[in-house]
Ligand binder design. Sequence first.
Ligand code: VG1
Ligand code: CO
Length: 539
Amino acid sequence: MIKTVATTPYTDQKMGTAGLRRKSKIAMQPNYVENFMQSIFNVIGDLSDKTFLLGGDGRFYNSVAIQKIIKMSAANGIKKLVIGQNGFISTPAGSNIILKNKLNGGFILSASHNPGGENGDFGIKYSNETGGQIPSSVSDKIYQETLSIKEYKICDAEDVDLSQLRTFTYCGMEIEIIDPVKDYVELMQKIFDFAAIKQMFAKGFTMRFDAMNAVTGPYAVEIFEHILGASKGSVVNYIPKEDFGGLHPDPNMVYAKELVNFMFSDKAADFGAANDGDGDRNMILGKSFFVTPNDSLAILTDNFNLIPYYKNGIYGVAKSAATSTAVERVAKAHNIGYYEVPTGWKYFVNLMDSKRITFCGEESFGTGSSHIREKDGIWAVLFWLNILAATGKTVEEITTEHWQKYGRSYYIRFDFEGVESAVADKLMADLENKLPTLNGKSFGEFMVDKAAPFVYHDPVDGSTTKNGLIIRFTDGSRIVYRLSGTGSSGATIRVYLERFSAKDVLKTPLDMVAPLADIALEVAEIPERTGKHKADVIT
Ligand code: VG1
Ligand code: CO
């Protein structure tokens, strides 16, 4: 039943910040998924003793791709696949399964926060035995392999029925179909004080969780409504849909509009939250109040001792370079380790494995801890609920008290989307060359302290990664520039603006960073080079 099929390479199968992401129509080309998967298998080598996890966020084309991957896994001699029922598993739940069952890795079919559907994006994230996504050294090898691939192996058999929980043999390979929710729920129950949260709901606390028609719906209904007792209907958009019901499943102020409008209306719940397509991102809202992911990371870290699982102490905390410095002040106050890494969760994995950090986060609505090796949307929501239950305070009170104690890093991200790749690359290259000339220069009240590329030396594997350009000012303000690595066409220039204020903590972020925005656009010549005078997305 095993066939060897001749193929020719695609030249665009390089993984980005988190796996391979392409327009669905690109991924649907003949042998596209097959070439990519065979390249991974070739790089791994002997597969006869390997067990992998397989699942996804349920987006368009997953149901086709998953059957291809099952048949190829069998043909390539993989020992066993553990598959989420109906092909579903969230990215954090998948990481937990890999770690808990000591699997050799896993494949999550998701383009994460990117829109889905035939005209949206498809993606594959590849994790290894750490439970986290592979380092660039491995993805580089896979990319090289995709450029010379000549054939792939596939088992010529019927599609597998993924709807029943069972273990069976298929084409000589063992398959176990698992409940994607159960183990994840058990993990959350080990970490948080479910009894306290349940009591808070019993007293009338209200929440709205927007699953954005993506993978977290079943997890959220089970945890928030069934177990914790949030009233029925607290979880909205909870049925995963192939095109996410047309939503852009990116939980932020722009794309989670329905939730934001509700939470800023007079009908608002006490607490609001949303997750992204594959369940690793989170947005936190109070009544007419938004918590930036930067502040959220700082607040969670500051309150670790309220959570049963962390109350004996935490090793340290890390953030991506583009994330605000709010958590740095918390790390100093608690005298714990503090690290700054390039954008992408894979850079946190070594720090967690070597017990340098417990918490980590990114400005892009990602927060997590060493309970797994991916960011974790529902974990962050439960952490907030646990803080609210333990303190009896509101989201707004927790956050403003935090600012009063530590000062506030006003923070805004500008995205300039759909820029021609050559234009974006040149802009970044020219800006990098210009950086040394900016040192000591003044722009109005802001004086440049240091302008340099961000270079990370991994303390565990010794690798060096360069990602982004940073202009730091003498007052602690920062401008960070980098190109997105998750888009499926063209380039997105991200400009991250941060301004610190020790005392003045109740101003409007956009007003506070406005002078930095002017400097950022001017220095990089964004309007002249891209024709854009305004960002396409402001978060
Ligand atoms: C973006 C975010 C980054 C995040 C990545 C994956 O990458 O900025 O912080 O880790 O998406 O998130 P980029 O290269 O486009 O800036 V997910 O939820 O899409 O896996
Ligand atoms: Co995601």
